[in-house]
Design a protein around this ligand. Structure first.
Ligand code: NCD
Length: 335
């Protein structure tokens, strides 16, 4: 199996997709596929559950979540980790005026790992730095930090892309079209940064003019010599794509009282577009969707988003084994 370099420092926290390189991504993809094979038997699942039965995790999610929360919770259950949760800061001592730093330091007194989602950009980095200076420097996993980053979503997107495009030779050299709110969509920002690791990738960013990518991402892609284009020509972009990554408009970040924006239907993928797409094109979406992705597409073999959702749980299992230093215990001999 591919393995990360023996000189690689152990993974301490998962804060940003910028921390991952190609050997790590290849290793995670292979490890995830290996771990899924344990799901084939009762013995396999019982074995996985025994691995981290001595560990406790806190799921601190103060922004709405369905998939990320449940897939992390399920990943914890699969590995035997006991998971506690806070899903609303108003039920914690933050309501009594406690700072978010003190709340998170408190969790670190009781658990071995904190998985957190918050509307505050870069809060995870701040908390990780703070905890690293305490006697209980528990690992932090960023499960979404405002409009900034969502690194574990990007990892599961890479897994889904590499599985979906494997008959086409993998992600390298492919044209990936990202559509929708590219300005505030954290999944786009984190995934685009991971795609830097795949030589020859071309990214087509198709968005309404108000939702183009932010300057920091543009600068990172330029510095890494990634071939990318920003366009409003949705139909020609999707026709050229080997994979399409749809996203919803992130209006929770609209300024208070802002008038809800225009009609973005020119950036909706409908069943009527299917004949224009490549036969092998993979259609992804981090979900939840609104009307940008027609449910009539769900039956098309190119629709990969429901698999992508399930993949997320297994990628998170794999990531937890690496983070807890037990990935050597989930290798299986080649069949
Ligand atoms: C995304 C998120 O929270 O950023 N959802 C997810 O984690 N699967 C995408 C979104 O909310 O639009």
């Amino acid at each position: 199996m591919d393995s990360p370099s023996p000189t690689r420092p152990p993974l301490r926290h998962v804060l940003s997709s910028a921390q991952f390189d190609r050997p790590f991504l290849d290793y995670l993809v292979t490890l995830t596929t290996t771990i899924r094979r344990f799901d084939k038997s009762r013995e396999g699942m019982v074995y996985l559950q025994s691995l981290l039965a001595h560990k406790r995790a806190m799921l601190y999610f103060t922004q709405p979540s369905t998939r990320t929360f449940l897939s992390f919770q399920s990943a914890c259950h699969i590995l035997g980790i006991t998971a506690s949760e806070i899903r609303d800061a108003s039920t914690s001592s933050e309501r009594k005026g406690e700072s978010v730093e003190d709340s998170l330091r408190t969790f670190s007194s009781y658990v071995d790992l904190i998985i957190m989602r918050s509307p505050i950009p870069r809060l995870c980095e701040r908390i990780a730095t703070m905890l690293d200076e305490t006697p209980r420097p528990v690992p932090i996993i960023n499960a979404g930090s405002g409009p900034d980053e969502h690194p574990t979503q990007a990892l599961l997107d890479i897994y889904t892309l590499s599985r979906s495009l494997r008959l086409e030779g993998g992600i390298e050299g492919k044209t990936i079209c990202m559509v929708g709110d590219l300005k505030r969509g954290r999944t786009v920002r984190s995934l685009a940064r991971l795609l830097i690791n795949y030589p020859g990738v071309k990214i087509l960013f198709a968005s309404p003019p108000a939702f183009r990518i932010e300057e920091d991402l543009r600068a990172d892609l330029k510095a890494a010599n990634v071939d990318f284009e920003e366009t409003t020509a949705f139909e020609s972009a999707i026709a050229a794509a080997d994979a399409i990554y749809m996203t919803r408009i992130q209006d929770e970040y609209d300024a208070p009282g802002a008038v809800r924006s225009d009609d973005h239907s020119a950036y909706h993928l409908t069943a009527g577009h299917l004949p224009q797409l490549k036969k092998s094109c993979a259609i992804l979406h981090p979900l939840p969707r609104r009307n940008e992705l027609d449910p009539a597409i769900d039956q098309d073999p190119r629709a990969k988003y429901w698999r992508q959702e399930r993949n997320g749980m297994w990628v998170r299992v794999a990531l937890l084994t690496i983070l807890c230093g037990i990935d050597d215990r989930v290798q299986l001999p080649e069949l």
